[in-house]
Design a protein around this ligand. Structure first.
Ligand code: UDP
Ligand code: MG
Length: 329
């Protein structure tokens, strides 16, 4: 039987955790997979941890990780992905906004060969207008500026094949925008629509400030455009300065209208500021290179391979059981 690990980050979700667990069981108890549930308590200050332990005591399939403080949703998901085993991993929120009844559709798409199945909201009835608009705007901007266009607007409700989990596990960068990282990693993708449930109890752990920080991290870690601004500005200003220099010299030589000293000052100042912006831009380019290098991302990710002379594998074409290899530089 194939093993599916379900990762559930939870931050101050004590009130709703039992309901979530019950709803989840209603779905997974009827499916012919070996399910495990891993709660990641992201430094909750309420009794989330005790709730997890109570659920765990009554159900052998359940386990938990407790982070030492609140590290944030993306870090909690990463902790879960690092510990997960299984043939596929599902990540979902603990607040019932991600309905467990969507899980069979995820598994179905996976069995048909998709390696990343992303849940996308059908309509956004329960989301406040501000969040809806800012989210739309962010994805439009992100897909324009970033080097991973095609990042799907989604919450982190997703199924990942084991090979994708391994690949993402090798990306250890500090600012983690998982949605972008999955798009970057490639693999066969599929989407499944779901009707977003309503948060039953508790308050969203994502404050506007946290969302803003995530958006900023996403843009800075997947786009070098902000760094390029100064090189563009530098070129433009240099060019304008050059034209202004010609104008200033014309004032001096042709019309003889310039105050003594003004021409050389005007030319020098505009020329030098153009040069300065331009060299800052050049530094920015190097900084961008350094940023790429320190991330130490794998140069490429092999989805499957069959090398000459090796024993050939037969079997399930959609999911060859071969080991994935993430090649390092
Ligand atoms: N969460 C977390 N750490 C945080 C904030 C949120 O682990 O710092 C969890 C939270 O318990 C929930 C999921 O991440 O399971 C999504 O959070 P939330 O519902 O607040 O986000 P929203 O649905 O408003 O985007
Ligand atoms: Mg939520």
């Amino acid at each position: 039987m194939k093993r599916i690990d379900i990762i559930v980050p939870a931050y101050n979700e004590a009130e709703g955790l039992d309901d979530f667990y019950k709803a989840l069981c209603m779905t997974i108890d009827n499916l012919a997979y070996d399910f495990r549930i891993l709660f990641v308590d992201d430094g909750s200050t309420d009794s989330t941890l005790e709730k997890c332990k109570a659920i765990e005591a009554a159900d052998k399939r359940v386990g938990h990780i407790r982070l030492s403080r609140n590290f944030g949703h993306q870090a909690a998901l990463t902790a879960g992905l690092d510990k997960a085993g299984g043939d596929a991993v599902i990540t979902m929120d603990a607040d019932l906004e991600h309905p467990p009844s969507t899980i069979p559709a995820f598994l179905d798409a996976w069995e048909k060969g998709a390696m990343v199945v992303t849940g996308i909201r059908k309509g956004q009835l329960h989301v406040r207008a501000f969040k809806r608009i800012s989210s739309k705007g962010f994805y439009a901007l992100f897909n324009r500026l970033s080097n991973v266009p095609g990042t799907i607007e989604s919450a982190d409700f997703r199924l990942l094949d084991r090979r994708v989990v391994e690949a993402i596990g090798r990306m250890r960068e500090q600012s983690r925008f998982l949605r972008g990282m999955f798009a970057w990693a490639g693999f066969r993708q599929a989407v499944v629509q779901y009707e977003q449930g309503q948060r039953r109890v508790g308050t969203p752990g994502y404050t506007p400030a946290k969302s803003f920080k995530l958006a900023l991290e996403a843009l800075l870690s997947f786009s070098r455009t902000p760094l390029r601004i100064s090189i563009y500005l530098g070129i433009t200003v240099s060019m304008l300065a050059f034209l202004y220099g010609i104008y200033a010299m014309a004032q001096y030589f042709v019309f003889q209208r310039a105050l003594p000293g003004w021409t050389s000052l005007a030319v020098l100042i505009s020329f030098l500021s153009g040069i300065q912006l331009f060299t800052i831009g050049v530094l920015g380019e190097y900084l961008g290179q350094v940023l790429e290098e320190v991330k130490q991302r794998p140069l490429y990710i092999v989805e499957e391979e069959s090398l000459p002379g090796e024993e050939k594998q037969t079997g399930n074409a959609a999911h060859t059981r071969g080991r994935i290899r993430v090649e390092d530089r």
